[in-house]
Design a protein around this ligand. Structure first.
Ligand SMILES: [Zn+2]
Length: 659
């Protein structure tokens, strides 16, 4: 452990401040508050915050850090002098501390370079004042100098120690060179100007590219640091963060050229990874000015320039780099998924709407799918049984038959944006019919389907799919899965990327819509959903009351339209007349406006369940499901009835024509 850490650990900072500076500390929350003994005339008893882990900060004068920083600022001595004084208080002999002696030697070496440069400062003064616009005071503050034909720029760490040296060459390349890394200086975490900026940082800190820009910012009175490298490194961001308040905004001021702009997306990535809640903005530099130093020379205060949130800045960069409008659409969609703030998303959407000459509200709807919890929501859709995870569907749309021949004869086709309502009393097998409808659509038309199974658990639903596709009875499925039979593999291959199942409960229509849009924007199924099944209406949030049910039914129609899909809604019929007999639309009408929203209505019943049948009738009607088409947009006269036979051995509904 280096000597500074030993000192920090050995000294109890609140006690030290109390004894050394004679101020009263008051316990507050997890730390202590006191008047600041460092700046003059501190009257606020809460000006300084001191924690129990050896850190302090004054909200008025910005002094902060550890016990060495405290003593250094309190006594107006250097960091090294404060280190030595504290070591001696603790009876630590620094002469025997090899590491400290190494640090000391380095400091001495660079202080020596610095002095030599300062001796030649007159040789560079004209350049600094005329070409750079620096004042005498600025030149002195940064201890700039000239030595051996090069301008010398001392590199001070955050504690003000001279830990390296940079030089600017006037007649050789590269223009700027700096010291190699040493035990006190690591280029990838060093920020030029931090020792001075940290005293000024309140609401904002500016991050610039080069030494001259940082010095320019300082002269404008702006807390400014420079990363002096090809890019802003992660460790530099971490270093900077440790000197910022939680609400300090970081303002990036890139050089006004292609290279400068191109660095910003990565800066955004780093901030998102390291300090996601940090506000980061980018200066919009006016044309004709290259950097902060140009602004200084022109007498422009950088703080008066407009800035843009980094998320929007990068959005513009990405979109403007696209070659086709289609590419723009795609990149915009991808990019918006990475923007967390709703307000900034809206800003970006407004920019896109203007660029594409589209309606903001339309775009909002289109992009209004990705929030912070998107991964949580999508995780609901995965993990079905051991071997059947993430059943998904693929490829493009075919025709829109139901592939139940008798039904297709009646209704001819179902179109996208239409709503199909399947109504039945409980126990009739509407879920089984819906599953078969879905599988026929997937297998024959390559439809992409989202199935919202609000009653039946996902596993059971998949079991039924397996039984139907393998053509076995439901109890036999277990054996197929246990042996991981090739038939199971084939089913997975068939359903992969075509089916996504949500089996949460208490979904509202809004929840369903959100999931549909999420599956689409995340491209889970390799393309947009073609068909949605909801089993069943009565299990949705708020549908137990007529008004809620009406609103949900209306919204269902809108969801079908907006997402260009076939919406299949299952509904349990209200008990009316004979529960085994032919139902009618009256029983649907009681369920909100479901009937009004539907383009196609199919009503199912099982005549064989009637307990009053004779044995012969019962035998004849066993496993028979009758389906009446009660409403269709075209292709039908009357209310034709089809009849299907449920084959237990294959779990399929088979055609059984009515005579
Ligand atoms: Zn203070």
């Amino acid at each position: 452990m280096d000597i500074q850490n030993i000192i920090i650990q050995k000294i109890d900072l609140p006690q030290f401040i109390k004894d050394y500076a004679h101020v009263e500390l008051v316990r507050k929350g997890n730390g202590w508050r006191c008047k600041c003994p460092i700046h003059e005339n501190s009257v606020n008893p809460e000006a300084m915050y001191v924690d129990d882990r050896g850190g302090y900060y004054c909200f008025a004068c910005n002094s902060g850090g550890n016990v060495i920083n405290f003593l250094s600022d309190y006594e107006h001595i250097s960091y090294s002098a404060a280190t030595e004084r504290l070591a001696s208080m603790l009876n630590i002999n620094l002469k025997d501390d090899a590491e400290y002696q190494d640090q000391k030697r380095l400091e001495d070496k660079f202080n020596g370079y610095k002095k030599r440069g300062l001796a030649g400062v007159d040789n560079v003064k004209q350049y600094l004042t005329e070409k750079r616009g620096f004042t005498e005071e600025t030149i002195q503050t940064f201890e700039l100098g000239m030595w051996d034909g090069k301008m010398t720029i001392p590199l001070l760490d955050a504690n003000g120690r001279t830990v390296g040296m940079a030089v600017r060459q006037f007649d050789a390349k590269p223009k700027y060179m700096n010291s190699r890394n040493n035990i006190l200086y690591d280029k990838s975490e060093f920020l030029f100007g931090l020792d001075k900026a940290r005293r000024l940082i309140k609401n904002t800190v500016y991050v610039v590219e080069g030494y001259m820009d940082a010095i320019s910012g300082y002269q404008m009175g702006i807390p400014t640091v420079a990363y002096c490298s090809n890019e802003l490194h992660r460790d530099q961001i971490r270093m900077l963060n440790s000197y910022l308040r939680r609400d300090t905004t970081v303002v990036i001021c890139p050089d006004n050229d292609e290279a400068g702009k191109k660095r910003i997306p990565r800066v955004r990535d780093y901030f998102k990874a390291i300090s996601p809640s940090r506000q980061v903005r980018v200066v919009l530099m006016p044309d004709g000015y290259k950097d902060m130093n140009d602004l200084l020379l022109a007498g422009i205060d950088a703080q008066t320039l407009p800035t843009e949130h980094i998320d929007k800045y990068v959005a513009r960069l990405i979109i403007e780099a696209c070659k086709t409008i289609e590419e723009e659409y795609q990149r915009a969609e991808e990019y918006l998924k990475t923007v967390k703030s709703e307000m900034i998303r809206l800003d970006i959407i407004k920019y896109l709407a203007e660029r594409w000459n589209k309606d903001v509200e339309d775009l909002k709807k289109y992009f209004n799918t990705v929030g912070e919890d998107s991964n949580d929501i999508l995780s609901e859709a995965s993990d079905i049984t051991g071997c059947i995870n993430d059943l998904r569907k693929i490829y493009s749309i075919g025709g829109y038959k139901t592939h139940f021949q008798q039904i297709d004869n009646c209704i001819r086709k179902v179109e996208k944006k239409q709503v199909v309502v399947i109504g039945a009393y409980s126990g009739v097998g509407k879920t089984d019919f819906a599953i078969e409808y879905m599988l026929r659509a997937i297998c024959q038309d390559n439809m992409r389907v989202a199935f919202f199974s609000l009653e039946m658990p996902k596993g059971k639903l998949i079991e039924r799919c397996l039984a139907k596709l393998i053509k076995c009875s439901t109890p036999e499925v277990e054996g197929y899965i246990a042996s991981n039979d090739t038939a199971v593999q084939k089913v997975i291959a068939k359903l992969q990327n075509r089916l996504v199942v949500f089996d949460g409960n208490d979904y509202s229509m809004g929840d369903i819509q959100k999931r549909i849009e999420l599956v689409n924007t995340k491209n889970i199924l390799g393309g947009p959903i073609d068909m949605v099944f909801v089993d069943y209406f009565g299990y949705m949030k708020g549908t137990s009351e007529f008004e809620g049910a009406s609103a949900a039914a209306t919204k269902m129609k809108a969801v079908a339209k907006e997402n260009d899909l076939i919406f299949v809604m299952l509904s349990q019929l209200n008990r009316g007349g004979n529960p085994y007999g032919e139902p009618n639309m009256q029983q649907l009408k009681l369920t909100g406006d479901l009937e009004a929203s539907a383009d196609v209505i199919m009503l199912l019943w099982r005549p064989g369940k009637d307990p009053n049948l004779s044995l012969e009738e019962k035998d004849q009607l066993e496993n028979v499901t009758r389906i009446k088409i009660d409403k269709t947009r075209d292709g039908m006269y009357g209310n034709p009835v089809s009849e299907y036979y449920y084959n237990k051995a294959t779990s399929r509904l088979e055609e059984k024509y009515l005579e």
